[in-house]
Design a protein around this ligand. Structure first.
Ligand code: KG4
Ligand code: ZN
Length: 346
């Protein structure tokens, strides 16, 4: 049987990545160039600097991905690229590179939704996974519960009204003086802390509400830190980190459980950068065992931004005939399930 080879590019935030996939689910290469050390001294991603680094990196990274896969551009069947959501200047670099390659080689182009890519990372980790399932998607920009009905149909049950889960981690870490990105730091510091030392608020806990809100929690943690500092008390950072993290995890796990029952889903997946959090993974796993659900564990390398997940989504979009043309443009925000069509991009 002839194989289908997908080349994918991801540049929505501060990772430049290119990947080659065989038949949608087999990762032949997944090259990731992270800019984290560059942005760390600013305490967050500086969009202009990110774009410039993407420009420098994108073509060498694509070359590397092809070399690692032992293929040339001529072997590639189609090119997938993240066109949103994300930082527009960052997205533009990947989109321009993909369009250039598609034009030069006359290969079909596919515009991929970054968050759909995160969900599709699960198909790479779990070859046996098939829709339908419920996905908890938690990243630096998004927090949502999505029913993946089939490869092309998604129902968003709820999203965040304000901060995303990862954003809350990053903001609290910043106040505590930890380097960017804050999530892994909070997790590390919290390891020796008591997750029940401080009771922080958990918003929107009423039944049937699948929306999230983390701004109240963020304010409560900031108030706690300021009050303690004003009183001249030493802040127990491990306790603050562990208790803050526990509040987020409690909300995420509770809502996932309720959403699974309400939507009748018994398979649960976890996606996005925050899915690297071991405590979140363990809490979801325990809940799934109690409720009789099947939990599909994430993998760290495929949790943070990478092009392999974009390639997997692109492969299924190609199967469904969802190609785009060279008018494809970067879009900072797009709802899930919306395709980059000709009309959409003009
Ligand atoms: O998906 P991602 O790589 O980029 C976006 O699309 O946003 O997610 C990055 C986010 C950051 O906010 C980072 O702090 C968070 O994921 N993150 C974590 C952990 N590792 C990364 N949050 C909590 N615990 C972690 N171990
Ligand atoms: Zn992401």
């Amino acid at each position: 049987m002839e194989h289908i080879y997908t080349l994918a590019i991801e540049s929505s935030c501060d990772e430049t990545s290119a990947a080659v996939l065989q038949d949608g689910r087999q990762v032949l290469s997944n090259v990731i160039s992270s800019q984290v050390p560059i942005h760390q001294k600013f305490g967050g991603v500086v969009p202009e600097i990110a774009s410039r680094h993407h420009i420098e990196q994108v073509i060498p990274i694509v070359d590397q991905a092809l070399t690692d896969a032992n293929l040339t551009l001529a072997d590639i069947d189609h090119i997938g690229v993240t066109y949103g959501p994300g930082l527009v200047g960052s997205l533009l670099v990947g989109v321009a590179a993909a369009k250039g390659l598609a034009f030069a080689t006359d290969k079909p182009l596919i515009g991929v939704h970054h968050m759909e890519g995160h969900i599709f990372a699960n198909f790479l980790i779990h070859p046996e996974l098939e829709p339908p399932f419920l996905s908890l998607v938690v990243s630096g920009g998004h927090t949502m519960l999505v029913v993946v009905k089939d490869y092309e149909t998604y129902e968003v049950l709820g999203q965040t009204r304000d901060d995303a889960a990862g954003e809350a981690f990053d903001k609290i870490a910043r106040v505590l003086g930890y380097p960017y990105p804050g999530g892994p730091q909070i997790e590390k510091v919290g390891t020796t802390g008591d997750p029940h030392a401080i009771e922080f608020p958990k918003a929107l806990q009423e039944k049937g509400n699948f929306e999230f809100s983390f701004s109240g929690l963020k304010s409560a943690v900031l108030n706690y830190i300021n009050n303690e500092r004003q009183k001249g008390n030493e802040i127990n950072e491990p306790d603050v980190a562990a208790s803050f993290q526990q509040s987020i995890i409690d909300v995420l796990v509770h809502k996932t459980k309720e959403a699974a029952h309400a939507s009748g889903q018994t398979k649960i997946t976890l996606a996005g950068g925050v899915s690297a959090n071991k405590h979140l993974q363990a809490a979801l796993k325990a809940m799934c065992e109690e409720e009789g659900f099947t939990f599909y564990e994430p993998s760290n390398i495929l949790a943070t931004d990478n092009a392999a997940m974009i390639g997997c989504r692109a492969y299924y979009m190609a199967k469904a005939g969802k190609f785009t043309d060279l008018y494809l443009n970067a879009k900072p925000s797009i709802p899930l399930g919306v395709q980059a069509t000709v009309r959409d991009v003009k």
